[in-house]
Write a protein that binds this ligand. Structure first.
Ligand code: C2E
Ligand code: MG
Ligand code: MG
Ligand code: MG
Length: 288
């Protein structure tokens, strides 16, 4: 046993393991510092109706803004935050900021839809999750039907009966539920129909594969399953016109991706909403 060998215990850690552990510790400290100093910001990516081309909602995506103004993507810190449990506090910050931002856009007459917030497994299984959400919505004075939560297959499959119960409580509040990254985890079809979901989000990996017949068939199949379960379908990571055209043919409902817009900062998103509004006014002013 490593401990019983005293000073020799370090033999068990080779160089690369050490570096990894140090990096993780540094990240953990950085996250703690960031939470204290309010370095976590929320970016927003538009979700567009595939038929009308109109904005239907947006996804809130966390960013770490360094003191020098650099932007750190969640891919690098979320895995560590999940392990340390810091994701719970980060998630609370994102939820609060997203609700406040959307409340502002609604009050300015710029928006009427839903904001989607990602929930980690750890957040989803918090016994006080519903209370936390109720309190946050109340403090932001945001009606619950403006909120959507994105959860992954891994989250709901940890304990399906419990997940169904939590999901029902959220749905009873008028909150919409989306299954994120669909197709990348393992979820059984038997359960899929029991989960009280509103939306399926097809992972970008499947959209990327649409340049092959096999890939297109796959997306077609997912789309059929979703629609048979009365779920709306969001395609994630749409970048090209051709993908959009194929998804339209397959009767996808909503698209999200760089084709329309990258995730935008609070002020950039306000501008995006203002442009959308100007376009709507222009369209409705066309004489008939
Ligand atoms: P996700 O929830 O599946 O979010 C979609 C990701 O795809 C985002 O990456 C978004 O920027 C990216 N994306 C969207 N359209 C395109 C596209 O056309 N091309 C490409 N290449 N990428 C596109 P992001 O913001 O880096 O987030 C990565 C993941 O981190 C998210 O995946 C989600 O799982 C997690 N995450 C982000 N914010 C939060 C949060 O507040 N809480 C939790 N628990 N997880 C979060
Ligand atoms: Mg998501
Ligand atoms: Mg996703
Ligand atoms: Mg994803």
């Amino acid at each position: 046993h490593a401990k019983s060998q005293g000073a020799n215990r370090y033999l068990f850690f080779n160089d690369s393991m050490n570096k990894l552990a140090v990096k993780r510790l540094q990240l953990e400290n950085l996250i703690r510092h960031g939470l204290k100093e309010d370095y976590f910001a929320v970016y927003y990516q538009p979700k567009m109706d595939i038929v009308s081309g109109q904005l239907v909602g947006m996804e809130a995506l966390v960013r770490f803004i360094t003191p020098k103004g650099g932007i750190v993507s969640p891919a690098s810190f979320i895995p560590v935050a999940e392990e340390t449990g810091q994701i719970i506090e980060i998630g609370e910050v994102v939820l609060r900021k997203a609700c406040l931002a959307v409340k502002g856009w609604i009050d300015q007459g710029l928006f009427q839809g839903r904001v989607a917030v990602n929930l980690s497994s750890r957040q989803f299984s918090l016994p006080y999750l519903c209370e936390l959400i109720d309190d946050t919505l109340q403090q932001a004075e945001l009606p619950s039907y403006h909120l959507e939560l994105e959860i992954t297959e891994g989250t709901v499959m940890q304990s399906p009966p419990q997940a169904i119960e939590t999901m029902k409580k959220l749905r009873a509040r008028g909150i919409h539920l989306a299954m994120d990254d669909f197709g990348t985890g393992y979820s059984s079809l038997a359960y899929l129909k029991q989960f009280p979901l509103n939306t399926l989000k097809i992972d970008k990996a499947f959209i990327d594969d649409m340049n092959t017949a096999r890939g297109r068939n796959m997306v077609d199949t997912i789309m059929t399953i979703a629609h048979n379960l009365s779920l709306s379908v969001v395609a994630e990571g749409v970048e090209q016109e051709e993908q959009l055209a194929m998804l339209r043919k397959l009767r996808c409902d909503v698209i999200q991706g760089y084709y329309y817009s990258k995730p935008l900062s609070d002020s950039e998103f306000t501008q995006f909403l203002q442009e959308q509004k100007a376009r709507r006014i222009k369209l409705s002013a066309v004489p008939v």
